[in-house]
Design a binder for this molecule. Structure first.
Ligand code: C2E
Ligand code: CA
Ligand code: CA
Length: 826
């Protein structure tokens, strides 16, 4: 019986323990739940089936949940975005493992991405068994974002092409990047803790720095050109932008300075400056410098009571020389004429070549008009004497128009030039090889001019003037950016007339202003009309310098914009010719800035051709540079033009202006531009100017060429390859000209003597790792040279027809070679 009692007691004791254990369990679970619900972090308690037992308020907030949708439900149902690996973590924890976990990303039920730091712990029942898991989560999305941004900022900082320098509020250097070291020669360690003063050159006045600081403190920003000194003492020009980084209190935390080295740009500038003043072919002053000399001579004539003569001299029959003997002979002839005429003049005289076969002579400081005539006779006699060029004997004559200054009625420089060309026109009409002196008293011309003017005034009134539109696009993306409005005269008898056929007549008159206003109104209406039809295009309008500088132009513009409220800002642009004679620079700057405030953009038209490109570029705040079509057109066959184009693009980048290439006539033009990094273009290869009604359909249908879409922008280091390809094209062209009899001397034949061959030799190891491709190009190049020498041999032996027939083979090989190069780039 004793044993029985014992057993019974044992049973009682067991039951009690069980009850106690259960109570403890309930209690600990309850405690845990209480603890969890009030914990100031995101915690959840789940059972072995991953059903929710308790959650903290923060947990609900973190995942955007309500308590009601959570309790008793499965974790995976509540957060279906829970990644697979996390489920594995839960399984491990349920087996008793505690693991360090990496931060991970979860898609919340509401679709938001969330970065979390997580922990998973098992929890234990009173009996020491695993009752489930406790999850901990911390939302670190903000930190992650900041971290990514920091990464990005850090990589921009290190890899930027521009030098970057960061100082504290007192101007002590905190950090610099690699480009800083490359440009200045100072390493990071050498400058940290120092003042940027170490870079200072003595090129700038103290007032320059005072002004810079004044603006920096006032606007928080300064931009400008400045000369600094490298570690080795070399001066360099930089384009510098300093920005103040504000702190929370509104003071300055840091200054960040960005700069790019402009020295090579400055050299390029000087080169362009020279090109801008002299004719490349003959070395004579060009239109720009001529205009300058002419104005000086006029001033001198006025102040000293002397006479000045202006002569326009045009070669008769030059065109037929060109046609008969080829352009090369034509070019050499022009050089010979230029030199012969120049040698006849006195020291103070100027002879220039404004273009073509036309020369302009300025004879200042004459006692009377009579002194001009013997000089003129000598010039014409010199033009009549035979020339020997490239083995040909060529005979020419010349026609001349002469004007004298001062005149009874005050005239300006442009008028004078117009009178001289009018007189020249007379001389030609009278039968060449003679001269005509313009007579200001003879008002016949004035009358004729007047009649034309009246006819154009009528055209405007009768609605015969129309605008055509030529699209401007991004050649890579295919986006149609806008259209340029180009005026036409729908003449009832003569048909559609181009601007060159009637704008010169109204130049400088009041009618020019009226037509200009009509153009703006018409274009604004067109933008609204396109808008209504769902076409969001910007329209640009050409304005003459006279128009821009007329008093009240700003008020006019404001009034026109107000009258067309449907035109969104920057959908209306003005294009100003680069060679426009802007007299009051300060006023023009103010005007352009005012237009900017109205949301009207400004572009500099025909950039690269004009009077003073560089000073305009520096002084006037243009938004867009339209690169003249002359450069673009010839860049594929003329290495010199390619160089100029690169210079112009470089300037656009340095001055942070949008570059637009005019005259994109073919796929190849577009390819070259895209490789040089110029994406915006306009030209016949994209679309010819068209009536407004055709624009919508065109814009819908237009697609860039597939090649353009995939064209790669080449880094500067690879530009020599582009040059090499242009050199090669030019060389093949020269061979063809020789074979066809347009050229006396063939170009160099040895592969090593040609520019392309040189490039292959010297650049080959560094430029491209693709040796196989290079070897292929090399082989093709040799093959081209042997074909070329066969053709030259045939030509020399008089087998002209056979040689000419062989040219197509040469062209095919050239295209193969260019394609092979293309493949290396893409
Ligand atoms: P621009 O401003 O340089 O206009 C571009 C000219 O280049 C247009 O000649 C256009 O037809 C032509 N063009 C466009 N793409 C190509 C191409 O790929 N190859 C070639 N060879 N030419 C191309 P357009 O219409 O005869 O106009 C001549 C000039 O007349 C304009 O030159 C501009 O200076 C002036 N102009 C035109 N409309 C107006 C106007 O409304 N007001 C003023 N003040 N001047 C105007
Ligand atoms: Ca234009
Ligand atoms: Ca233009």
């Amino acid at each position: 019986s004793d044993g029985k009692v014992k057993r019974m007691r044992g049973t009682i004791q067991d039951v009690t323990e069980l009850k106690q254990a259960e109570a403890t369990l309930r209690e600990s679970r309850e405690l845990l739940r209480l603890f969890i619900e009030h914990a100031p972090v995101a915690l959840a308690m789940l059972d072995r089936e991953m059903l929710y037992l308790a959650v903290s308020q923060r947990w609900l907030q973190t995942f955007g949940l309500e308590a009601g949708e959570v309790m008793g439900r499965s974790h995976y149902e509540v957060l279906p975005g829970c990644p697979k690996e996390w489920r594995k973590d839960h399984q491990h924890a349920l087996k008793g493992k505690i693991m360090p976990l990496e931060a991970g990303c979860l898609v919340r039920p509401d679709g938001q991405m969330q970065w979390l730091r997580r922990e998973v712990h098992p929890w234990f029942t009173g009996g020491g068994e695993i009752g489930g898991v406790i999850l901990f989560a911390e939302d670190i999305s903000q930190e992650k974002l900041a971290e990514n941004r920091l990464h990005l900022a850090a990589s921009v900082f290190t890899h930027a092409a521009e030098g970057i320098l960061i100082t504290d509020a007192k101007g002590i250097i905190l950090d610099v990047n690699d480009a800083f070291t490359r440009i200045t020669g100072y390493t990071r360690d050498e400058v940290i803790g120092k003042n940027p003063r170490i870079l200072k050159s003595d090129r700038q006045e103290p007032t320059f720095y005072e002004e810079m600081w004044r603006q920096l403190l006032h606007d928080g920003k300064w931009t400008g050109e400045i000369w600094n000194k490298t570690k080795s003492g070399r001066l360099f020009a930089e384009m510098l932008t300093i920005s103040a980084v504000p702190d929370e209190a509104g003071g300055v935390r840091q200054y960040v300075a960005f700069f790019s080295d402009l020295t090579s740009m400055k050299e390029q500038e000087r080169k362009l400056e020279r090109i801008a003043q002299y004719d490349l072919l003959t070395g004579l002053p060009n239109r720009t410098l001529l205009a300058d000399r002419q104005r000086q001579a006029m001033v001198q004539a006025n102040s000293r009571s002397r006479v000045m003569a202006l002569i326009c001299l045009d070669l008769d029959g030059f065109k037929s020389v060109n046609d008969r003997h080829g352009h090369n002979v034509g070019d050499h002839l022009l050089i010979a004429v230029a030199h012969r005429l120049r040698d006849l003049l006195r020291a103070g005289d100027t002879i220039g070549r404004p273009g073509g076969d036309e020369f302009v002579v300025v004879l200042p400081d004459l006692a009377s008009e009579r002194e001009a005539l013997p000089v003129l006779a000598e010039l014409q006699a010199a033009a009549r004497a035979p020339f020997e060029v490239d083995g040909h004997v060529v005979r020419l004559s010349s026609s001349a128009g002469v004007v004298l200054y001062p005149q009874p009625v005050d005239v300006d420089a442009d008028q004078l030039l117009r009178q001289a060309s009018q007189a020249l026109y007379h001389a030609k009409l009278e039968g060449k090889d003679r001269y005509h002196i313009f007579d200001p008293r003879q008002d016949e011309n004035v009358r004729g001019h007047h009649e034309d003017l009246e006819r154009i005034r009528m055209a405007l009134a009768k609605g015969e003037l129309v605008l055509y539109y030529q699209p401007r696009v991004n050649m890579r993306t295919g986006k149609v950016i806008g259209a340029e409005a180009l005026i036409r005269w729908q003449h009832p008898e003569a048909g559609l007339l181009a601007p060159a056929q009637f704008l010169p007549v109204i130049e400088g008159t009041g009618l020019e202003l009226e037509v200009g206003e009509w153009v703006m109104v018409c274009a604004l209406k067109q933008v609204e009309e396109w808008n209504r039809r769902g076409l969001d295009l910007a329209v640009s309008v050409n304005v003459s310098a006279q128009q821009l500088q007329q008093p009240g132009f700003d008020a006019l513009l404001r009034r026109l914009l107000e009258a067309h409220p449907g035109v969104k800002p920057y959908r209306f642009e003005l294009e100003l010719l680069e060679n426009a004679a802007l007299t009051e620079m300060g006023e023009v700057v103010a005007l352009i800035e005012m237009c900017g405030k109205l949301g009207v953009a400004f572009s500099l038209d025909d950039f690269g051709t004009g009077y003073s490109s560089l000073s305009y570029l520096r002084k006037l705040p243009f938004d867009v540079l339209k690169i003249d079509r002359a450069f673009v057109h010839d860049m594929l066959d003329d290495p010199e033009d390619l160089t100029l184009l690169e210079g112009v693009l470089g300037l656009a980048t340095a001055f942070r202006r949008q570059a637009v290439a005019e005259g994109v006539e073919s796929v190849e033009h577009g390819m070259m531009l895209l490789r040089l990094g110029c994406e915006e273009g306009q030209g016949f290869g994209i679309a010819r100017p068209m009536p407004a009604s055709e624009m919508a359909a065109w814009a819908k249908a237009w697609q860039p060429y597939a090649e353009w879409r995939h064209a790669k922008t080449l880094p500067h280091a690879d530009w020599p390859m582009l040059h090499a390809s242009v050199e090669h094209r030019a060389w093949v062209l020269a061979i063809a000209e020789y074979v066809e009899g347009y050229r006396q001397m063939p170009p160099a034949l040895e592969p090593s003597e040609c520019q392309f061959g040189n490039w292959l030799q010297t650049e080959r190891p560094s430029a491209h790792s693709d040796r196989l491709a290079i070897t292929g190009v090399d082989a093709l190049h040799h093959r081209i040279h042997s074909v070329a020498s066969e053709l030259l041999e045939l030509t020399r032996n008089g087998n002209k027809a056979e040689a000419a027939a062989g040219l197509s083979n040469l062209y095919a090989l050239r295209d193969q070679l260019l394609e092979a190069l293309d493949r290396m780039w893409s």
